[in-house]
Design a protein around this ligand. Sequence first.
Ligand SMILES: *Cc1c(COP(=O)(O)O)cnc(C)c1O
Length: 427
Amino acid sequence: MTTHNQQLFTDSQKLIPGGVNSPVRAFRSVGGTPLFFQRGLGAYVWDADGKKYTDYVGSWGPMIVGHCHPDVVKAVQDAAAQGLGFGAPTASELEMAELLCKLLPSLEMVRLVSSGTEATMTAIRLARGFTGRARIIKFEGCYHGHSDGLLVKAGSGALTFGQPSSSGVPAEIAALTTVLAYNDASGLEKCFAEMGHEIAAVIVEPVAGNMNLITPKREFLDALRKLCTQHGAVLILDEVMTGFRVSLQGAQGYYGIKPDLVTLGKVMGGGLPAAAFGGRRDIMQCLAPLGAVYQAGTLSGNPVAVAAGLTTLKLVQAPGFYEYLAQRARQLTEGLTIAARKHGIAFCAQSVGGMFGLYFSKTLPTSYDEVMSCDKAAFNRFFHAMLDEGVYLAPSAFEAGFVSAAHTEADIAATVAAADKIFSGWR
Ligand SMILES: *Cc1c(COP(=O)(O)O)cnc(C)c1O
């Protein structure tokens, strides 16, 4: 029997490349038919066949207060009733700017855009305009959206020119990006010693969440700040995922690191397309119309998206919000680890605030290479078994997971029990 999911996927593939509007949704990494979702409420989502799942993807992070929080739904409805957009300033954009600058002290000025990709792309242009330099540094396994200069992988030698990681990216553009190993402070030091005068910016995920989850080493964070300051390069913390996710002050507050520029998205849009970049006033003043670095957006600061974001950011300020979120994430990672180990499975897990990583590996990975050596086949088997049990994990071994404030202790306990059942029949 063909399910509604299968039919929708078959039909979608005729008109939409791969049947999806963003590649990881296609389940290529885990195999099988992707789920088409119909609705969500709190910690749960329902697919086109009416099957209910506990959701650990949360739209890849934004749904931090759960799906369809009544306050968010009402704010969106109210904003929509006032006009869907004007392409002109509105008071709610000022309110968002004030809130972002209050919550993240590194933001002296901020500009709203519509996606994380736009935020990082513009932050890099701004850093180049500010410094008058061209080269940027990124780290292997970090994802910063899909602009040309960021779809780059390391060349053959450590400090050779970057190579395009996507067809369609000119080698000449990739060559301006140097790709280094995450958490490798001495590699970064060596790179700055060699080409420090050329480097406009270093962009980094302060907790890497696009290669499963890798936490930053203290010495790595310290080296980033020290070397950028010494060499006059702009330190861009890409907090599109970690912002308002690992703590109310993001990863910069969690780890105590001060960036020059910050990029935000996901949670700050509350599920709608809102994102931002901001930081030092002297850098931000280089942006048009004040300065010579051009950036614009028809839908930037869209009032409906801003309403969703503002309301979400009000909810996350409730006392104890992040303690609760971190507790639930820890309950999940500890529960899964105990269940797996009980049955002799090489597995570990960790969380930072409301995001978590699961690894079919004996030890916690600290680098891209270590993540890549986790047992991908075991993850894929676990993913599908959990899906059968009504648990929706990210459909790839190389993505972080997310909990929301709508996940109860009982929800997590049920997920752990489902995993325990799967692990007990693992061999
Ligand atoms: C999701 C993400 C992006 C891209 O954001 P989009 O809104 O998908 O364009 C950039 N950086 C990081 C760290 C992300 O997690």
